[in-house]
Design a protein around this ligand. Structure first.
Ligand code: IVH
Length: 713
C-alpha cells in the first residue's frame, strides 16, 4: 500500500469510528469512549483533511461544525409531497375517523388484513425531509408549502444524531426520511440561561427556537443551538420494499436514526384511545414538547387504499391535546382604568382559538412586565393558558414560525423596527397626570371622579358576586353614566321608569304601554335592597376588600356605624385583615364623598347592618368545585355564583385539590380526569342539595349567639 493509499484508508477508518461513536452518544445515549478520546481521533482526522483537502467527504464528522454562511436558502422540491394531518380533537372524532376508514375499506378485499395502528407522540417542532442517496446524506429541507421547501442541509448536518451516512450494508439507491427537529426542554432552559447571562433576550419556547435555528443562514449559529431530531416516516424511496409503517420505523432505527421509544403498535381503536390518553397525561414528564399523538394505519396496502383528501392522508390523524400555547398578532396595547384607579395595560390580539375559547384580549399586568418580556405592539406573541383559565401573553416571537389561521408559517417575526411601548403620562379616561407610588409597580389615576373609575366601581357594584342586580350589565352602566343618570352607586336607586324608557332598547311597547325592560331593572334594584350587609360592603369596592374580607369585617363590626367607629388598629385585628387592608377601609369610610354615598344608600333602604352574623365565613369555605358540561337549568355563571356566595371556590381545571366536579350535558375530558383522581362528581340536583344543606348549616349558625354577643357582659 502506498503512503497515499494509507492516508485515504486511515481517513475512511476515522470517519467510520467517529460516526459510530457519534451514533452511540447522540442516538443511543450510550457513549463508549470519553470526550478526550473522541477529540483526539477527531483532531487526527481534521489534520489529515487539512493536508489533503480532497479527503474532506460530506459524511466526515468535521463537516458538522457549520460551513460558511449562506446568502439565502435554495428551494428544494420534495420527492414526495409532505402532507399535513387532519385533527381529532377528542375521542369521538378519533372513533369517527376509524369508522369512516372501515367503511371505506369494506368489501374491497382487505377483510383478512388486520387493522393495526401505530401511535406516536406528536413532536412539537418543525418537519424536515432528509434525502439519502446510496446511503449518503445529500439534502435536507424544511416542509415549506409541502411541495417545495428550503435547503437547510448545512444546518441539519450540525445535528449530532443525524446520520451522515446510513448504517449497515447495501443502502437503498434513494430514501427520503421524514422527521421533526426539536430542542429538548432541559437544553432549551440552559440555552436561555446562557442568553440571559450574555445579556440577550430569552427565546419564548423550544419550538420557535428550533424553527428559528434551522433557518439560520449561518450554520455556525445553528451548530450552537441544541437541536435534535426524531424520525417518524419514510417518504419517497427507490430500492426499498417495506410492508408497513412499524417495519419502516424499525428499518430507520437499524439504519441509525433516532426513532421515538414511546411509539406503540396496537390492534384496536380503543387501545389507540388509551395510548392517546396516557400521553396526554404524561406529556409533562417528557424532555420535549408534544402537542398530540399521531395515529397511523400500519399497513401500507391499507394506507394506499385509503389515500388522501386534499393535503391530508386518510390513513393518519393527529389526536390533538388541549393546546397550551398559540401565537397571534398583538394589534395594540390599550389601557383599562380600574375602579381603584389602577391603569392596567391589556393586549388587543388578533382573535385566536385556544383552550376552547376565542381570545382577543389578555391582561399585560403592568409596564414592568411588558418591558421585561419586551412585548411591542405589532409583534407576534405567544399566548398561553395559565392554569387553563386566564390567557397570558408569554412574550414576542422573535424568530421561528407563527401560526396564521391555523396554518404554520415559517418566518422571522419581528418584521419591522417596532418601538417600545410606554405607559401614558395621562389617564386615558380623564386626562389627569398619573402617579406611580414609590415601591409600587402600579400606575394610578389620582382623580376619584375619573369617569372610568366611577363607571368601573358601579359595574362592580351591580355584578353577580356583589349586589347581583339582574338586568343591569356593563353596557347599561356605561349608558346610564353617559346619559348623566348616575354619578355613583346610590344613584342607581333613584332611577325612574321615565328615565329608563328614554334609553336605547328600553322603549315602551306602543300598543300596551308596557316597559318590560325598565320594570325588570327597577324590580331587580328593589330586590337588591335585601342583600346582606356583607354583600353591600363588598360591593362598595373598597381597595383590598374582597367578599371574604367583607364577611370577616361584618362579623366583627356588624353595622356601618360600628365599622366607621373602628380604629385602624381594631380593624387590623380582624382575622384576615392586616394593616394595609385596615388602612384602606379607614380611608374609604372617612372620605367625605363616600360618606355621602353611604348616606344615600341608607336613604335608599339598603342593609347597612347585619342582624345575623355567621360564625363561618361561608358554609362552603375551602371547598373547591369544577364545572363541566351544560347543566339543565343553571348557566355556568349562575352555578358559580351560587357556590361562591357560600364561600366555595370554582376553578377551571381538575386536580387532586378538587372536591367536586359538577357534571352537565356534553362534559369535557374533566370527567375522566376526575374519576382517575377519585374526585366526587355531582349533577345539578346533587349540587342543589349540597347548597341547601350549606344554607341549613348557615341558618343554624345564625340562630346561635355571635362571637361579639358572647363577649358582652
Ligand atoms: S406524520 C402524512 N408523525 O405534525 C403524515 N408527523 O400536522 C405526516 N409531527 O408536519 C406527518 N410528530 O411536523 C408525523 N410522529 C409524527 C409527528 C409528526 C410531529 C408533525 C409534523 C407534521 C405535522 C402534521
Amino acid at each position: 500500500m502506498s503512503d497515499a493509499d494509507r492516508v485515504v484508508a486511515r481517513a475512511a477508518e476515522l470517519r467510520e469510528i467517529l460516526n459510530h461513536h457519534a451514533y452511540l452518544y447522540y442516538v443511543l445515549d450510550q457513549p463508549q469512549i470519553d470526550d478526550a478520546e473522541y477529540d483526539a481521533l477527531y483532531r487526527e482526522l481534521q489534520e489529515l483533511e487539512a493536508d489533503h483537502p480532497d479527503l474532506r467527504t460530506p459524511d466526515s464528522p468535521t463537516q458538522r461544525v457549520g460551513s460558511a454562511p449562506l446568502q439565502k436558502f435554495e428551494q428544494v422540491r420534495h420527492l414526495e409531497a409532505m402532507l399535513s394531518l387532519a385533527n381529532a380533537r377528542d375521542e369521538d372524532e378519533l372513533l369517527a375517523w376509524d369508522q369512516r376508514n372501515r367503511r371505506l375499506l369494506e368489501g374491497r378485499g382487505f377483510d383478512d388484513l388486520p387493522m393495526r395502528y401505530v401511535v406516536e407522540p406528536k413532536i412539537d417542532g418543525l418537519a424536515i425531509s432528509l434525502i439519502y442517496r446510496d446511503g449518503l446524506f445529500v439534502v435536507g429541507a424544511t416542509r415549506g408549502n409541502g411541495e417545495v421547501g428550503e435547503d437547510v442541509t448545512a444546518n441539519l448536518r450540525t445535528i449530532g444524531s443525524l446520520p451522515l451516512r446510513l448504517r449497515g450494508a447495501r443502502p437503498p439507491a434513494v430514501v427520503e426520511v421524514r422527521g421533526e427537529v426539536y430542542i429538548p426542554r432541559t437544553a432549551f432552559a440552559r440555552l436561555n440561561e446562557a442568553r440571559a447571562a450574555a445579556g440577550l433576550s430569552a427565546f419564548v419556547n423550544p419550538r420557535n427556537s428550533a424553527a428559528g435555528s434551522i433557518r439560520q443562514l449561518d450554520p455556525k449559529l445553528a451548530a450552537e443551538r441544541p437541536l435534535d431530531l426524531w424520525c417518524y416516516a419514510i417518504g419517497h424511496s427507490e430500492g426499498l420494499d417495506l410492508p408497513d409503517h412499524h417495519t419502516a420505523l424499525e428499518w430507520l432505527r437499524a439504519r441509525g436514526f433516532k426513532v421515538n421509544p414511546h411509539i406503540v403498535v396496537v390492534d384496536s381503536i380503543d387501545a389507540v384511545a388509551a395510548a392517546c390518553r396516557t400521553w396526554e397525561e404524561r406529556r409533562a414528564d417528557l424532555d420535549y414538547d408534544i402537542d398530540g399523538a399521531v395515529v397511523k394505519v400500519d399497513s401500507y396496502a391499507l394506507q394506499a387504499a385509503l389515500g388522501s383528501v386534499a393535503h391530508d392522508p386518510r390513513w393518519a390523524i393527529a389526536f390533538k391535546f388541549a393546546p397550551t400555547t398559540v401565537s397571534t398578532r398583538l394589534r395594540s396595547i390599550e389601557i383599562n382604568v380600574g375602579r381603584t384607579g389602577v391603569l392596567t395595560p391589556f393586549a388587543v390580539l388578533k382573535p385566536v382559538f385556544v383552550g376552547g375559547v376565542t381570545v382577543e384580549r389578555a391582561t399585560l399586568h403592568n409596564e414592568d412586565d411588558i418591558r421585561r418580556k419586551d412585548i411591542r405592539p405589532g409583534d407576534d406573541v405567544i399566548l398561553q393558558r395559565a392554569g387553563d383559565v386566564i390567557p397570558q401573553v408569554v412574550g414576542p416571537v422573535l424568530d421561528g414560525w407563527v401560526e396564521e389561521d391555523g396554518r404554520r408559517e415559517e418566518r422571522f417575526a419581528r418584521h419591522a423596527a417596532l418601538p417600545e411601548w410606554r405607559m401614558p403620562e395621562a389617564c386615558p379616561a380623564c386626562g389627569s397626570h398619573v402617579v406611580r407610588e414609590t415601591g409600587e409597580v402600579a400606575v394610578r389615576c389620582p382623580n376619584r371622579s375619573c369617569p372610568a373609575q366611577v363607571v368601573e366601581s358601579i359595574k362592580h357594584f351591580v355584578s353577580k358576586g356583589a349586589m347581583d342586580i339582574d338586568g343591569i350589565g356593563e353596557r347599561l352602566v356605561e349608558d346610564l353614566y353617559a346619559e348623566d343618570l348616575i354619578r355613583d352607586v346610590a344613584d342607581l336607586y333613584a332611577l325612574r321608569r321615565e328615565d329608563l324608557v328614554e334609553l336605547e332598547g328600553f322603549a315602551l311597547d306602543q300598543k300596551t304601554g308596557a316597559a318590560k325592560r325598565a320594570d325588570r331593572v327597577l324590580g331587580s334594584l328593589d330586590e337588591s335592597r335585601s342583600r346582606p350587609f356583607a354583600r353591600v360592603l363588598f360591593a362598595l369596592g373598597i381597595r383590598h376588600v374582597g367578599a371574604v374580607t367583607a364577611q370577616a369585617l361584618v362579623q366583627a363590626f356588624p353595622s356601618i356605624e360600628a365599622l366607621q367607629a373602628a380604629s385602624v388598629e381594631e380593624l387590623a385585628g380582624v382575622p384576615g385583615v392586616g394593616p394595609v387592608v385596615a388602612e384602606a377601609v379607614k380611608q374609604h369610610l372617612a372620605d367625605e364623598h363616600n360618606r355621602q354615598t353611604l348616606e344615600k344608600l341608607r336613604a335608599a333602604r339598603l342593609r347597612l347592618v347585619e342582624e345575623h352574623p355567621l360564625r363561618d365565613e361561608g358554609t362552603l369555605t375551602g371547598t373547591s368545585f369544577v364545572l363541566t358540561g351544560k347543566l339543565p337549568s343553571l348557566t355556568r355563571g349562575e352555578a358559580q355564583a351560587l357556590i361562591e356566595a357560600r364561600g366555595g371556590r370554582v376553578s377551571g381545571s381538575v386536580s387532586k385539590a378538587t372536591d367536586f366536579v359538577v357534571v352537565g350535558e356534553d362534559p369535557g375530558s374533566k370527567v375522566a380526569k376526575a374519576s382517575r383522581l377519585g374526585v366526587a362528581s355531582l349533577d345539578e340536583d346533587a349540587l342543589r342539595e349540597l347548597l341547601a344543606a350549606a344554607d341549613a348549616r348557615a341558618d343554624a349558625a345564625a340562630g346561635q349567639p355571635s362571637p361579639s354577643e358572647d363577649a358582652e357582659p
